[in-house]
Design a protein around this ligand. Structure first.
Ligand SMILES: C[S@@+](CC[C@H](N)C(=O)[O-])C[C@H]1O[C@@H](n2cnc3c(N)ncnc32)[C@H](O)[C@@H]1O
Length: 279
């Protein structure tokens, strides 16, 4: 990550979600803001992301957000009224929040947030009263302090999403974040994704991983944290979570891609996995 510069991987992911809205009707993640937020100037990137070769990647980007938002829905139904989007990038949930009593906290690098706010202003997307920005670097500031200072009630349950962020962190920052979340009251939870260790991948998966790793490193945001499903389970248990669910590409296909007329689904060669952990 270049100091003081907005995240370039956040833009890449947002372009994939926007492309999904156009190329894959009906979208797995219905996000009418995705395209507006990116704004003009990225037509070529969108075109590329809509190409059949990019189908799997954009479907995964949409599915992981949908999965997090579905888990958020369960948390809200059980009474949760605080949602923390960790490493929010250009996530748009806060601007289409359907839950009248849910307050959203977007946590990210200050530079990424400033850039997002300028994109929101350019696209004339209002910042709702139910949203608070929390500028914070996971490597340098305790999450609980940042959230407390921003008005989040640490004594009330909260749901967290942490998508596309863990692979960029150190193990220390990862552990300190999941420990913080696990200290929230019962009913709290987190959906996150993580990358498998490269050495554990089959040659086909390894080739996909190497291409992606090269691209994110060139964007100044190299992968540095890898976990096996067993390690992820152990990390989350040791942090204090009670119930852990893990979903791979097959599981996401069962949840979101069955019976589509266009045949859209995730290929089974995932290079990472999603997990949801509940307190
Ligand atoms: C690949 S993007 C994913 C963005 C968003 N979660 C999504 O799914 O669209 C990674 C995000 O993590 C943020 N990030 C990475 N390292 C971080 C750190 N140490 N502290 C705060 N944010 C960080 C980046 O600024 C970026 O917004």
């Amino acid at each position: 990550m270049e100091t003081g510069k907005p995240s370039r991987t956040a833009l890449r992911v947002a372009i994939r979600r926007a492309a999904h809205q156009i190329a894959d009707p009906p979208p797995v993640l219905d996000d009418p803001i995705a395209l507006r937020l990116i704004g003009p100037g990225y037509e070529n990137d969108l075109e590329r992301a809509m190409h059949p070769v990019g189908r799997d990647f954009r479907a995964f980007m949409a599915a992981r957000s949908r999965y997090a938002e579905d888990n958020l829905g369960s948390a809200v139904a059980a009474g949760v009224r605080q949602y923390v989007v960790l490493g929010a990038g250009l996530d748009t949930f806060a601007y289409r929040n359907p839950f009248p009593h849910l307050h959203v906290f977007e946590v990210d690098f200050p530079a990424t947030q400033e850039w997002k706010r300028s994109l929101l202003a350019d696209a004339v997307i209002p910042i709702p009263d139910s949203l608070t920005f929390v500028p914070l670097d996971f490597e340098h500031k305790a999450l609980a302090d940042g959230l407390r200072e921003s008005g989040l009630d640490l004594s009330a349950p909260a749901f967290f999403s942490w998508l596309g962020v863990a692979p960029y962190l150190t193990l220390d920052a990862f552990r300190s974040t999941i420990r913080t979340v696990a200290q929230f009251p019962a009913g709290s939870g987190i959906t996150l994704d993580y990358a498998f260790p490269p050495a554990s991948l089959s040659p086909k998966r390894r080739a996909i991983f190497d291409r992606l790793a090269e691209r994110v490193a060139a964007a100044g945001e190299p992968f540095q944290l890898f976990l096996t499903p067993e390690q992820a389970e152990t990390e989350l248990r040791n942090a204090g979570f009670n119930r852990i669910e893990q979903v791979d590409h097959d599981g996401l296909n069962d949840l979101y891609f069955n019976g589509r007329a266009d045949g859209l689904k995730l290929s089974p060669v995932g290079i990472g996995m999603l997990a949801t952990a509940w307190v």
